[in-house]
Design a protein around this ligand. Sequence first.
Ligand code: NAD
Length: 246
Amino acid sequence: MDESSVKKAAEIILSAKSCIAFTGAGVSVESGIPPFRGENSLWNRYDPKVLDLNFFKASPEVSWPVIKEIFYDFFGLAKPNKAHKVLARMEQAGMLKCVVTQNIDNLHQDAGSKEVYEFHGNLQRIICTRCDYRVMAPDADFSKLPLMCPKCGGLLKPDFVFFGEQIPVEAYEKSVVAARQADVCLIVGSTGEVMPAAIIPSEAKRNKAVVIEINPDESHFTGNITDIHLKGKAGEVFSELEKFLF
Ligand code: NAD
């Protein structure tokens, strides 16, 4: 990451009419949450079938203990890092319209971001698969698994998108509208392999947005729709960007 690219990116952000950020698992890596793919990733350690909707419904006694370990014992301890914090500060300063996130960890909201479109839901909410019962994770009783609904006896499920599930309609629609109106799109820590989420930056690009990517590695976006690649870890790059933005 050279300073002139960071400075140029900051100038583009500062002159934008509508800048949006699209974030993936990489933005939370410096908070201690590993990505799903690649070295040290979650799917190297756990079987992704526990998040397959049909498997989960058929074998909740197998899925729930793994889900609890990954998402509630482990993710629950994570705190926002510099990248989440600078993105929240950018929104407060009127430089950023919204964050479209593929993450389910609530770290953008914990950092203070208000306009967050959760493409894949949020692990904080736990919902009944049968009735309208819902509970926030800190209030749920994880001592007996699988979690069952105290109201109707149905199976409880984290309110994030499992394999085989639809994207939440409202988040999808708001994200597409924001992408179509954007003249700058930041992509932070995403491989671009997960569909349909990966269409969001492409949608912005189709409407002539300048695409600034922040990732230590190359992704499907790099060399394809990316205009400026700030090659580095999200927290480090945002520490540098911050100097020119505020
Ligand atoms: P991914 O796991 O496929 O890829 C992560 C990307 O982040 C890679 O391109 C990698 O090079 C990059 N990266 C790694 N360290 C980084 C750092 N310090 N700074 C910036 N970038 C870094 O992630 P994905 O494309 O977001 O897709 C995986 C899916 O898994 C998503 O849909 C997401 O919902 C889910 N997921 C969420 C979390 C979370 O909520 N924190 C964690 C893991 C997976």
